[in-house]
Design a protein around this ligand. Structure first.
Ligand SMILES: Nc1ncnc2c1ncn2[C@@H]1O[C@H](COP(=O)(O)OP(=O)(O)O)[C@@H](O)[C@H]1O
Ligand SMILES: [Mg+2]
Length: 617
């Protein structure tokens, strides 16, 4: 018997209702009959996530089982009496594709979407394993000669003899993707599996992939998974002991636009805060002009000469040899360095000064306190906070890193023929409170976006990048607190516009309902592992492509490492099992081992003393 022949043996039921691409099927046979044997193989019937087919001569329509239940359950739900014959099983199927079997060359011509709709009473058939393999193969398509292969195998199809499931990384990363699932469902394992598969992939058939991937890693778990292939950066080491692996990252404040810097210092605008915002905007512009050597530095005391042009003391005035046009055209938002000392001086000694005769004197104390004190205090607090010294270390001309040096932390030159290259950059933000993790994630996202924005089309082509946001709900939550604003703005921007510039997002979260909704709704590909929380399931259902929302019903029942894979990057919606990784390819496990820990003696008083010392040091 050839594949895709109509085999009466494989029929499992009849259609009773068709509404759009959702069909309902009444299974034949009684409840006890949960499997079907065919050519020596046993097939389970109505497995959620399995594929079924409907024949129209040589044409076939394929669907994905989303629900299986008893007729009686449905009647109870509708509040109707249950007749004795209500022990049939009902199955709901989401139609997703059509195919034509070309017996001559033994191939299936596959098209996504459905144009021929089945009718009630039509039969529904199981897909044999061989047919499933054919279906997946033709859905993934064959590579044309000499083409670059975007298909990366990272999982197997469930119920298809372990046929390999390949993700189209052009579509998956180009149009953003989400990896979702409850804690322990295997999200981090799935991310590592995907990235390892990318590292092992040979797009041109000969040479290994040279990906540019940045992972924001709130648990410090990915360093172990990529060993030699990654560089780990740390923002801050709260404990100063063994976890201090990794280099100190530099993401200076001057990468921020005036508005972002204002958000960091003042926070969300309150009603009387516009004048405060202007204090910051004026000071940043001035400090950037000073660093660009277009104006003279602010004084560092009162008593200097008042401007002779009668204007405000704090106005920028071109230095000798500089055209005033250069000052007018100066863009205060570009990531040009500036000194925080200069910023403070501008606020204190120019904005906080007035002309008295020919000299500048301090404005009355009341005015100074009202307008400037809280800003200067907040700035001083930020500058003293050791947790954010990666951000707030003052820029000083010679010693400070340049923009190019900041960038090469994340994007370094690719050496031909060097397979030991560290393609993956991990930003370990474990131990950081959210008010620090937020701006940090925001800074890196913004830096990457800006970098892409200023590339030519040609440069972009050579340099696509992926930003992996693990535990995205932690720093891009769907809430409005000020500490998240930087990250929300930056990551939202990538979500909306990143695809134009070759900057992809991979969002990973166990609480999809808590992730910023603009960001998550932009994802084109979904890898959803076991998800038990109902709110989260419903949330995911809202974002899945048309008709596939029914698949979320399968989510609570998935095994560890199993997932529903749908969207742009998937050849067809399918239930897949993520490939197995070895322990040194897996992210570091989070779970504490109580039995093991309690089996021994625990810490001595001397050891406890050391911990106490760390807590206050
Ligand atoms: N691809 C995989 N290969 C082997 N083991 C895995 C894989 N994915 C997950 N696991 C196992 O499952 C455990 C939990 O997975 P993890 O990815 O940490 O879950 P999550 O990130 O969703 O909380 C891991 O510690 C690991 O033992
Ligand atoms: Mg995880």
């Amino acid at each position: 018997m050839a594949n895709f022949d109509l085999v009466p043996d494989l029929k499992i039921g009849n259609i009773v209702e068709v509404s759009g691409t959702t069909i309902r099927i009444e299974l034949s046979g009684d409840v006890t009959e949960l499997t079907r044997s065919h050519e020596g193989r046993v097939y389970p019937i109505g497995q959620i996530g399995s594929t079924v087919k409907i024949h129209f001569g040589r044409r076939l329509v394929f669907g994905f089982v989303t629900l299986l239940r008893m007729r009686s359950e449905e009647l109870i739900e509708q509040g109707q009496p249950i007749p004795p014959e209500a022990d049939q099983r009902l199955m709901e199927v989401e139609l997703f594709a059509e195919g034509v079997w070309q017996g001559v060359n033994g191939t299936l011509k596959f098209t996504r979407g459905v144009s021929t709709y089945p009718l009630p009473r039509q039969g529904v058939y199981l897909l044999t394993r061989d047919e499933a393999v054919d279906l997946y193969k033709s859905a993934e398509g064959q590579l044309h000669d000499e083409a670059i292969d975007p298909l990366v195998p990272f999982a197997t199809y469930v119920g298809a003899d372990s046929a390999r499931c390949r993700a189209n990384i052009d579509k998956m990363f180009g149009m953003h993707c989400a990896v979702l699932g409850s804690t322990g469902s295997g999200k981090s394992g799935a991310v590592a599996a995907l990235l390892h598969s990318v590292l092992e992939h040979k797009p041109n058939g000969a040479d290994l992939c040279r990906p540019r991937i940045i992972i924001i890693d709130p648990h410090g778990e990915y360093g172990q998974a990529f060993g030699e292939r990654a560089i780990v950066y740390r923002a801050y080491d709260p404990i100063g002991h063994e976890q201090a692996q990794g280099e100190a990252v530099k993401l200076p404040y001057w990468l921020m636009s005036a508005d972002e810097f204002r958000l960091l210092v003042i926070g969300k605008t309150e009603f009387e805060a516009t004048s405060q915002n202007n204090v910051i905007y004026k000071a940043i512009t001035y400090a950037r002009l000073v660093a660009a050597e277009l104006v003279d530095p602010s004084p560092s005391s009162y008593g200097g000469a008042a401007p002779s042009d009668g204007g405000n003391p704090d106005d920028p005035r071109p230095k000798a040899g500089v055209q005033s046009q250069q000052i007018i055209e100066f863009d205060r938002d570009k990531p040009r360095p500036f000194s925080l000392d200069e910023l403070v001086n501008h606020i204190t000694y120019l904005q906080g000064a007035r002309a008295k005769g020919a000299v500048l004197e301090r404005i009355p104390d009341g005015d100074f306190t009202k307008n400037f004190k809280s800003i200067l205090d907040k700035l001083a607090i930020l500058r003293r906070d050791p947790r954010i010294s990666f951000l707030m270390a003052n820029w000083e001309t010679a010693a400070s890193p340049s923009l190019a040096q900041v960038l090469t932390q994340f994007i370094s030159e690719t050496q031909a023929g060097d397979d030991s290259k560290k393609d993956i950059r991990i930003l370990d933000i474990s131990g950081l409170p959210n008010e620090v993790a937020g701006p940090l994630a925001g800074m890196i996202a913004r830096l990457m976006f800006q970098y892409k924005l200023y590339q030519t089309t040609d440069e972009r082509k050579k340099d696509p990048m992926l930003l992996v946001c693990e535990e995205a709900h932690r720093y891009v939550p769907d809430r409005g607190e000020a500490e998240y604003a930087t990250a929300q703005i930056a990551i939202r921007k990538i979500a909306r516009e990143g695809r134009k510039y070759g900057l992809g997002l991979m969002l990973v979260s166990q609480r999809p309902a808590d992730v910023e909704s603009t960001v998550i709704s932009q994802c084109g590909t979904w890898l959803v592992l076991r998800l038990t929380n109902q709110t989260d399931q419903q949330h995911v259902a809202r974002f899945l492509p048309d008709g596939l929302s029914g698949m979320t019903k399968a989510l609570p029942n998935l095994a560890q490492q199993e997932a529903i894979f749908v969207g742009e990057g998937a050849s067809l919606p399918a239930r897949v099992r993520i490939r197995d990784l070895t322990s040194n390819q897996l992210p570091r496990s989070q779970s504490a081992k109580f039995a093991e820990g309690w089996a021994g003696l625990g810490l001595s008083n001397a050891e406890l003393d050391v911990v106490a010392g760390r807590m206050v040091s």
